[in-house]
Design a protein. Structure first.
Lengths: 227, 268
């Protein structure tokens, strides 16, 4: 079984869906009557009894739905409930498990594969960083206690950010971060960039504070890709 | 958060990241201590510390570029990273590996080379689309699937070739019974009549090492412009695409009326 939650508030009779990786590209979730939220259509197999219900708008009620429509940070999510094991995969991309203990995970909706039903998802404004990633101005947040599964192109590298070691990341390789992290956007666009003699890394995101950043060994096509 | 199966991958910080070694099969970590590395644009995914990235055309780097960068056609694709810290390199989730050259030479497909130390010098190979590294030092290269090392004499599929070290340039090898004449050309072009797709190879002879990748999926090639228009310079009139190449903007400007490379190859 999954670990026993340490905080009394959640230590009730809630059964915990257990996330595990089968290989690196398939997520297996063992469920005992509880639910997980997963990207629509990502189920590849299941045994036991499962029901799949589409949650329109990302599963945050009417308000969340409207927010998602307005912000363009859309997710089509299904809720899987049942007893048994359900396997999820998405276009053979690598899957990374993230455990949340009351902290907040910021992730691109395209990289979020599944979350435990007890985790709250929302939308937050990212500003210019989002624009340079080619993912729009908003990002998805996941909050609470439990596990989430992220997809990445190639296995993600998890990098710790601490006060003495800030981290700088290429926007195209960024997939998620968690913890108490401040991010700032750096632009190195100079007249050289316009001449085609730029440093090649004109847009960067700098993370400071305390937390973890997930990067993938591949870069999405971004507007910053060629400058 | 660890110690529980599937609790997540290991967390790296500047202390635990390796020095000039692989973090995993797809990510490579380079440590800079006031030193410099040449880096192909856009291959840096993250770094700790303070590192500057400057285009090769940056005036201050003139001396460095003069001594180790002899590929003006590739200048716009390369930058110099300098400073102190650790940076992570990766390329489209391909396998990356570092190689040490000890007073040697190695020729590699230009799209596969990620980074190299300035103690090596980068020169453009006379084979279009390839770059040659000469000297002593470390470089990082990507391949689709792990690299396999082979000894000549060997014939290899053009798409599987990553590069070669120490041996003379490859030549083309055609299965002539199949490839010549109009029927052969049609067979090769259309696949009708039983073309196996393996009628054309690169042939290596002599002493050295040939590097192959374990798939035939090519990495997108960088447009590298054209070599100077001079008598005696192969490909001086443009950059013929590598056979089977599918680079985004492969090939240089072609004269009107010229059919292309395939037809000429088959004698049409």
């Amino acid at each position: 079984m999954g670990p026993v939650p340490s905080t009394p508030a959640t230590a009730t009779f809630r059964s915990v869906a257990m996330f595990r990786l089968q290989g690196s590209k398939v997520l297996a979730v063992d469920m005992t009557g509880d639910a997980v939220k997963a990207k629509n259509g990502s189920m590849v197999a299941y045994d036991g009894q499962m029901t799949f219900k589409k949650l329109s708008g990302g599963g945050e009620g009417i308000r969340g739905m409207v927010t998602r429509r307005l912000t363009g940070e859309q997710m089509t999510v299904m809720e899987v409930t049942g007893q048994g094991t359900c396997w999820f995969a998405d276009r053979a991309s690598e899957i990374n498990l993230v455990r949340l203990q009351g902290d907040k995970l910021y992730v691109e909706s395209s990289n979020l594969l599944a979350t435990e039903a007890g985790l709250r998802t929302g939308t937050s404004f990212t500003g210019l960083r989002g624009a340079t990633q080619g993912n729009g101005l908003f990002t998805t947040t996941v909050e609470g206690h439990g596990q989430a599964a992220l997809t990445s192109d190639g296995p993600a590298v998890v990098l710790r950010v601490s006060p003495q070691y800030p981290l700088t990341v290429d926007p195209g390789a960024y997939i998620a971060h968690q913890g108490n992290v401040r991010q700032s956007f750096q632009s190195g666009v100079t007249f050289r960039t316009l001449l085609g003699e730029g440093g090649g890394e004109a847009f960067q995101i700098r993370f400071e504070g305390d937390g973890l950043v997930y990067v993938q060994p591949s870069e999405r096509n971004t507007i910053a890709g060629d400058v | 958060m660890s110690g529980y199966p599937g609790a997540g991958p290991t967390v790296h910080d500047p202390m635990t990241l390796p020095v000039d070694d692989n973090v995993n099969a797809y990510t490579f970590c380079v440590e800079l201590k006031g030193s410099q590395w040449f880096l192909q644009k856009g291959k840096m995914i993250a770094y700790y510390g303070s590192i500057d990235f400057n285009g090769v055309g940056h005036g201050r780097l003139d001396r460095l570029v003069r001594t180790s960068f002899h590929s003006p056609l590739h200048a716009s694709d390369w930058v110099v990273a300098e400073g102190s810290g650790k940076m992570l390199l990766a390329d489209r989730a391909f396998d990356v590996n570092s190689y040490d050259l000890d007073n040697g030479n190695l020729t590699i497909r230009s799209g596969n080379l990620l980074a190299f130390q300035p103690s090596l010098s980068l020169k453009q190979s006379i084979v279009p689309g390839f770059l040659t590294l000469i000297g002593t030092g470390k470089f990082v290269a990507a391949s689709n699937g792990p690299v396999v090392f082979m000894e000549p004499p060997i014939r290899v599929d053009p798409q599987a070739l990553v590069g070669w070290a120490d041996c003379p340039s490859p030549c083309h090898h055609y299965d002539h019974g199949y490839m010549t004449g109009v029927m052969g050309g049609l067979r090769a072009l259309t696949g009708l009549g039983g073309a196996s797709g393996e009628e054309h190879q690169f042939e290596f002879v002599g002493a050295g090492t040939v590097l192959l990748q374990s798939t035939e999926t090519l990495m997108a090639e960088q447009a590298t412009g054209a070599v100077p228009h001079q008598p005696g310079v192969p490909g001086g009139g443009g950059t013929p695409g590598m056979p089977g190449g599918h680079g985004g903007q492969s090939g240089g400007p072609r004269l009107p009326g010229q059919l292309g490379d395939l037809q000429r190859r088959f004698g049409l």
